[in-house]
Design a protein around this ligand. Structure first.
Ligand SMILES: Cc1cc2nc3c(=O)[nH]c(=O)nc-3n(C[C@H](O)[C@H](O)[C@H](O)COP(=O)(O)OP(=O)(O)OC[C@H]3O[C@@H](n4cnc5c(N)ncnc54)[C@H](O)[C@@H]3O)c2cc1C
Length: 128
């Protein structure tokens, strides 16, 4: 069972996954790869002079993978439900659940918190 479920693997979702994974949380990302990044060429990211959007995504995905994130590429989320102590996301292939453990429940906003995160274009966005 994951600590964090991220719906959408564009720059926002992968950034969330990167930080959560880097902080030791068990993260799953679902992504249908419809990001406009594939149409972009980036000149405006600090520290990156010039990079094709698809190449940028490849680098970001590799970085996320290196932190042990479970990246479910090509898997669409059809719905998100609160279970009271976490969230369950539904996909064509079944469902995944993230539960907020009691040890994490009391953390402040400066600490990573277990949640279903991100704001995909199709599924509803939920966070705690
Ligand atoms: C034509 C164009 C050119 C651009 N050029 C630039 C540029 O040069 N530089 C720049 O910085 N920005 C550029 N942008 C903006 C940039 O593409 C966005 O700011 C960026 O992609 C937003 O990232 P995001 O992660 O919020 O969302 P997205 O990139 O949209 O990522 C969302 C991801 O979630 C997935 N998803 C959605 N719903 C679901 C679901 N239910 N289940 C699973 N996955 C789901 C989508 O397939 C997608 O991969 C451009 C945008 C456009 C349209």
């Amino acid at each position: 069972m994951a600590d964090v479920l991220v719906v959408g693997g564009g720059p926002a979702g992968l950034s969330a996954a990167l930080f959560a994974g880097k902080n030791g949380l068990d993260v799953t990302v679902f992504d249908t790869d419809k990001t406009w990044m594939h149409k972009a060429h980036l000149f405006n990211y600090p520290g990156i002079g010039s990079i094709d959007g698809s190449n940028y995504l490849s680098v970001l995905r590799e970085q996320v993978d290196d932190f042990g994130v479970d990246r479910q590429q090509g898997v669409a989320v059809d719905g998100v439900e609160s279970t009271g102590d976490g969230f369950t996301v539904a996909t064509e292939e079944g469902s995944s659940t993230a539960t907020i453990s009691s040890s994490r429940r009391g953390r402040t906003a400066t600490s990573p918190r277990a949640s279903a995160v991100n704001s995909p274009t199709r599924a509803s966005s939920t966070s705690t």
